[in-house]
Design a protein around this ligand. Structure first.
Ligand code: ADP
Ligand code: MG
Length: 795
């Protein structure tokens, strides 16, 4: 083995010397035309030698590292083995350079073999479902399991027994040039012995293995000189052919070489059919790149092969393209492509690297979140705290005795809903809801406060009318999903707008007052506003109605936020040390003091700068639905600028803020979606992409959503750990009620979030409970609880 590769290395060194290339560091492609198992481009474990190679100690070893080792001994040359390529693949690549349709490589020479582009989703041995990969079929071994036994003749068997690898490469032995001459010899020998040729006189030459070669067969089959060639060749074998003998021998040659072409055509037809079916086409147009001495030099071989293929697969338009020095040139091309892809890969990895968070980083985020939680609870530090830890005056979860009819309002990040909620207590406990969704137009989200609240009251009026309950003065809970500082359950001062809202004259005002005034302005109906509720709290309450262990509420929707039940003794800003109160953490503002700037990327900063509230809600902007798509868009712009996407062209649509919505991340990242569908989504967005582009876009989406889920998980780990320590428990069992479209519809977000919590808070056993219509139902439940407690207080 060592000798084989050191010989190859010597040759390379001589070659580089002769071309004056010794001073250059060059990438090298190695065409190695024997069956190899590859797990990457620059590796090849030789499965078995074929043709006439038999060097010892090579089978089962990696030929690339053997070549590298041999090259290392040559201190005078510096080459980098980047790719090992089978000759079929080289041929396909060479022809593919001239004809992009080429997706099959075929060799008919000393041996025979074929490769073709197979769909990744059909290749179980390789991970990943995207795109295609070239498969080296090694079809020469077809029949080694007996599949061809009824076609094989006594001559095939005899030839096989006399070969270097008996029982192996049986298909190849019926086709390739290394064997055809010998087959002809064996047939002629038998015919002579039976007195059918040469008057039954056998010569020593005819008895000698290998005396008839492919070149002889080709010469004998030539159109015009064929017959005279035959006579000459037979005479050289010391035979004395008559005219009839020559015609007969020529006929034998034709039968043997025609059978070869027929078998090859049949196998090729199988590949063509597969390609056509893979592509679900009625008619396939494709190109086969071909190399190999037999095909190139035999006078009739190509014509016969083409004709039979066309007859076997009439629904394929096949172009046969002869490769010019295919295997070597192809290896260089594969190497060049590998070189380019490696460089591209490096750049893409560099762009996405800041989105890959180590466990250590996530622990750091958890610890910092923990610090901020404590800051927000302490009287001295809460002014400066980025996580505001707002008391909600919700002190108990439902106990099942709640009942009655309630109105609920839900102002989230995108829509406004009005609900009528009927709660039944006792054994037939149930919650029934009727609701109507109203859109909030952008000009109202960002208009004046009066306009906003007038619009809200208008929607309520519509709903009451619709339900026919305008006269009833029902208790109402108002789910208002923005940070509010509360002094009691029915008072909430808006600290600052988040998400897409920016209405004037609201910050610093009491939202309940604003709502009451708007109702008064309208002067049509009256409502008993009992509670203002954050959506996290509503979610926790809804789940708490089913599972008393639910003491945390999480929202992953337009925004990101959490609430949880905190011990009163830890809440310094509220008097009293008994019992618990729900704290709305408003964790979206985590990092606004710069404490997580080390993990913010330039893309996060761009998204922040383009937002309504620059510098605020930094954690939310890395984790929630309103921003993830926008982060992706920023990365795509950068990759395009670097020439790594969309052929370097930044389209008009890519420039549009908000075009890349977070719901597209969900679609693109869905495992059930084929690459073509991803491409279609991008096309609908006006992003004209290739398949390679689609793979990269999917990767970008994955990096952004994964980071979001992990960061969210790190935050949640801090909360559950705090709860565990509050209880002084070794282990904590707790339920988190969750709402939000990002959590509910993204294909991986919830799983990654849960895995992260498990990893970072191993002593907590956290159950996640999806809230059905959390915020609306929750508001009603809180109102009911508040009403119950209020009534008790009055008695
Ligand atoms: P909100 O948080 O406003 O109360 P949702 O929980 O429904 O309402 O979240 C809406 C947000 O979810 C949208 O702003 C959008 O960013 C995101 N979103 C919408 N559809 C999907 C989806 N299919 N996958 C992931 N996120 C989505
Ligand atoms: Mg919501």
């Amino acid at each position: 083995m060592a000798r084989l590769f050191s010989y190859v290395a010597d040759c390379l060194s001589d070659f580089m010397e002769s071309r004056n290339l010794k001073h250059e560091k060059l990438p090298l492609g190695f065409t190695f035309s024997f069956p190899c198992k590859q797990t990457k481009l620059e590796e090849g474990i030789l499965l078995s030698w074929t043709k006439h190679f038999k060097a010892r100690g090579v089978q089962g070893t990696d030929v690339v590292s053997s070549l590298r080792n041999a090259l290392q001994k040559h201190k005078d040359i510096d080459v980098d083995v980047l790719a090992m390529v089978n000759d079929t693949v080289g041929t396909m690549m060479t022809c593919g350079y001239d004809d992009p349709r080429c997706e099959i490589g075929l060799i008919i020479g000393t041996g025979t073999n074929a490769c073709y582009m197979e769909e990744m989703r059909h290749i179980d041995l390789v991970e990943g479902d995207e795109g295609r990969m070239c498969i080296n079929t090694e079809w020469g071994a077809f029949g080694d399991d007996g599949a061809l036994d009824d076609l094989r003749t006594e001559f095939d068997r005899e030839l096989d027994l006399g070969s270097l690898n008996p029982g192996k490469q049986l298909f190849e032995k019926m086709i390739s040039s290394l064997y055809l001459g010998e087959l002809v010899r064996l047939i002629l020998l038998k015919m002579t012995k039976e007195g059918l040729l040469f008057n039954g006189k056998v010569s020593a030459a005819l008895l000698t293995k290998g005396k008839i070669e492919m070149k002889h067969v080709s010469a004998m089959e030539k159109y015009k000189e064929g017959l005279s060639n035959t006579k000459e060749i037979l005479t050289e074998l010391n035979l004395f052919p008559s005219e009839d003998d020559c015609i007969a021998v020529q006929h034998v040659c034709t039968i043997v070489s025609f059978r070869s072409a027929n078998l090859c055509a049949a196998a090729l037809a199988a590949i063509l059919t597969r390609l056509r079916e893979n592509k679900k086409l009625l008619r396939l147009r494709t190109t086969v790149g071909i190399d190999g001495g037999l095909y190139k030099t035999h006078p009739q071989y190509p014509k016969r092969l083409h004709k039979v293929v066309r007859r076997l697969v009439p629904n394929c338009d096949v172009r046969f393209l002869l490769s010019q020095s295919g295997s070597a040139k192809g290896a260089a091309m594969v190497t060049a492509v590998a070189h380019r892809l490696a460089a591209q890969r490096k750049k893409i990895d560099a762009v996405l690297a800041p989105f890959v968070l180590t466990l250590e980083t996530l622990r750091d985020v958890k610890n910092k979140m923990r610090t901020e939680l404590e800051y927000g609870l302490k009287r001295e530090t809460q002014d400066r705290a980025t996580v505001k830890m707002l008391p909600t005056y919700v002190c108990g979860t439902p106990d099942g005795t709640e009942k009655g009819k309630y109105l609920a309002l839900d102002l989230g990040g995108t829509n406004f809903r009005v609900l009528l909620v009927k709660i039944r207590s006792g054994r037939r406990r149930s919650v029934r809801m009727y609701n109507k969704i109203f859109a909030i137009p952008l000009e109202i989200m960002q208009g004046t406060g009066e306009e906003l609240f007038d619009h809200i009251v208008q929607c309520i009026a519509d709903f009451l009318e619709y339900m026919g309950i305008k006269g009833a003065r029902l208790p109402l809970g108002f789910t208002f999903s923005f940070p509010c500082r509360q002094a009691s359950i029915d008072k909430g001062t808006l600290v600052g707008w988040t998400k897409g809202f920016k209405a004037t004259d609201c910050e610093g005002e009491d939202v309940v007052d604003m709502l009451r005034e708007a109702i008064r302005r309208r002067n049509e109906f009256d409502l008993d506003i009992v509670a203002v509720v954050n959506d996290t709290v509503g979610t926790m309450m809804t789940c708490g109605y089913e599972d008393p262990n639910c003491e945390i509420g999480l929202i992953a929707g337009t925004g990101s936020n959490v609430c949880y039940m905190e011990d009163m003794k830890n809440i310094e800003i509220v008097d009293g040390n008994e019992g618990k109160m729900c704290i709305n953490t408003e964790w979206g503002g985590f990092g606004d003091n710069g404490c997580i700037d080390n993990i913010r990327t330039k893309y996060d900063k761009e998204v922040d700068e383009g937002s309504l509230n620059a510098g605020k809600q930094r954690y939310e902007k890395m984790t929630s639905g309103m921003y993830l798509g926008e982060i992706v868009r920023q990365i795509l712009i950068d990759l395009t600028k670097q020439g790594l996407l969309f052929r370097g062209q930044i389209s008009e649509s890519l420039r549009k803020r908000g075009i890349f919505e977070t719901k597209f991340l969900s679609q693109i990242e869905s495992d059930r979606l084929a690459l073509l569908q991803v491409r279609r989504i991008l096309q609908q967005l006006g992003l004209d992409s290739t398949c390679d582009d689609s793979i990269i876009v999917k990767e970008v989406c994955g990096a952004v959503s994964r980071r979001a889920a992990q960061l969210c998980g790190a935050g949640l780990a801090a909360i559950v750990e705090k709860k565990r320590e509050n209880r002084g428990a070794e282990h904590l069992q707790i339920t988190v009620g969750v709402d939000g479209t990002l959590y509910k519809l993204h294909p991986h977000f919830s799983r990654v979030l849960q895995e992260t919590v498990k990893e970072l808070a191993p002593r907590c056993d956290v159950t996640f409970m999806l809230s059905e219509d959390g915020s609306g139902k929750g508001a009603a439940l809180i109102t009911a609880v508040a009403k119950r407690l209020h009534n008790i207080g009055q008695k």
